[in-house]
Design a binder for this molecule. Structure first.
Ligand code: NDP
Length: 406
């Protein structure tokens, strides 16, 4: 994608027109082809041991010692999940808003006790630079804008927490990572499941060997995309979203397969399909893909913008299985574990794990990393890996050939 400046993003936002392009062709699984793309690091062949769940940062800091966040983009996710989560934080606090909608920003600022001088437009990064109470900019805008907002925040001397997907191409992701390094600032991606207790327990179960050898993982994320919802309008525009269900929610299936195994895939097959429906003029509806991992685990994953809500995964091991359904919801996770019981019976457990705000834990983790100058658990490189795999999934679906990951 060609670079978009912040002002070009704003112009394009106003000029959104329905220029239908053909949907990507459906792929057919086929024979192996030449390797495409490569991870900068060789895949780690061993299952990585699970790091302990992000500890609650101790102690809860007084407001003036907390790390100050500016929220950039006041849409659905920012206003309904992230801003309210600051009340559960121990080390992070919201001190500024950056928005293209001044009236909305003023109203929200009043709700969170943010004063007028701490409200910024997208063109006011120079003024933001002088605001020393802001240490982190949290980018929560349409995918194709992540790159330039991130670069602008680095230029203003701030650390960046950026929503998933990192960007709309791996080259944009690489640019963001390089810019963070050059500015000596942290880049973290908002992979909230890495901070969510049920997902952390599933990672532990998979990597500890409790389930035995893991044969297969299935991970599915789907919903009906609804163009009457403003938050879904840009999601069906290729220029803003970068792709369809895969980059928006399929990324949860992909990332889960990677965090459950602790491995990087070596081979990818994929198939993509879209019904004849105006919602899918520019972006795909449904993607199915298979990842082969070095240990032999196969992950069968899917995503769809044309399904009733689903966000779940299932792991089948030689000594047990687990199902997390929903797996990546905001709350109300439900875990079932099957283990060998008496005789041929499978013993089913439904562990009660205390729900915690994954949003607050994610914000506090970023704050802690800034305070201690530590690499976040989900750095830019994690986002870049997923971006590269998603490009390979599209390529495998387009060509009908499997992709060997070097
Ligand atoms: P929304 O459409 O609700 O919000 C996006 C906001 O971005 C807008 O309200 C607007 O804020 C700002 N914006 C800046 N440039 C543009 C533009 N060109 N077009 C439209 N809006 C623009 O989207 P979501 O909140 O659902 O998603 C935002 C990001 O967050 C996406 O990257 C998405 O993938 C991610 N997300 C992550 C989730 C998670 O669970 N981790 C869940 C949902 C979304 P303003 O009016 O203030 O300028």
């Amino acid at each position: 994608m060609n670079p978009l400046t912040v002002s070009a993003i704003l112009r394009r936002r106003e000029m959104l027109t329905r220029t239908g392009q053909g949907i990507l062709a459906a792929g057919i699984l086929g024979m192996a082809s030449e390797p495409v793309g490569a991870d900068p690091q060789p895949p780690d062949l061993a299952r990585k041991p699970i790091e302990p769940p992000t500890p609650e940062p101790e102690p809860a800091l007084p407001p003036e010692q907390r790390v100050g966040f500016a929220i950039l983009g006041l849409g659905q996710y920012a206003t309904r999940q992230i801003l309210p989560a600051f009340s559960d934080c121990r080390q992070a606090r919201v001190v500024a808003l950056i928005s293209g909608s001044p009236d909305k920003a003023r109203k929200i600022a009043a709700q969170y006790g943010i004063t007028g001088e701490n409200i910024y437009g997208y063109q006011e990064m120079d003024r933001l630079q002088r605001n020393t109470s802001v240490q982190v900019v949290y980018v929560i805008t349409p995918n194709s804008t992540h790159r330039d907002f991130t670069l602008a925040a680095f230029k203003a001397g701030k650390h960046v927490l950026c929503e998933k997907p990192i960007a709309v191409s791996s080259s944009d992701g690489e640019t963001m990572i390089r810019a963070g390094r050059a500015a000596n600032r942290l880049l973290m991606i908002g992979y909230r499941a890495h901070y969510e207790p049920f997902n952390l327990e599933c990672i532990r179960l998979c990597r500890s060997g409790e389930l035995g050898r893991i044969g297969t993982i299935t991970a599915d994320h789907g919903r009906q995309i609804d163009p009457s919802n403003p938050a879904d309008q840009w999601r069906i525009r290729k220029e803003l979203a970068g792709g369809g269900s895969l980059v928006d929610i399929g990324i949860y299936s992909l990332n889960a397969a990677r965090y459950l195994t602790g491995e990087e895939p070596t081979e990818i097959l994929a198939k993509m399909e879209s019904p004849d429906d105006p919602r899918f003029r520019e972006v795909e509806a449904t993607v199915h893909w298979t990842l082969r991992f070095p240990s032999g685990t196969l992950a069968n994953c899917s995503s769809s913008y044309d399904w009733l809500d689903t966000k779940r995964y299932r792991v089948q091991g030689s000594k047990g299985w687990l199902e997390l359904d929903p797996a990546t919801d905001y709350y109300r996770h439900h875990l079932r574990i099957g283990r060998s019981g008496e005789g041929d019976r499978t013993r089913i457990e439904e562990p009660q794990i205390r729900e915690r705000s994954q949003f607050a834990r994610q914000l506090d983790h970023m704050a802690q990393c800034v305070r201690e100058n530590k690499t976040p658990r989900t750095p830019g490189e994690e986002g870049l890996r997923d971006m590269r795999y998603m490009e390979m999934i599209y390529e495998a679906a387009r060509t009908g050939k499997s992709i060997k990951v070097r």
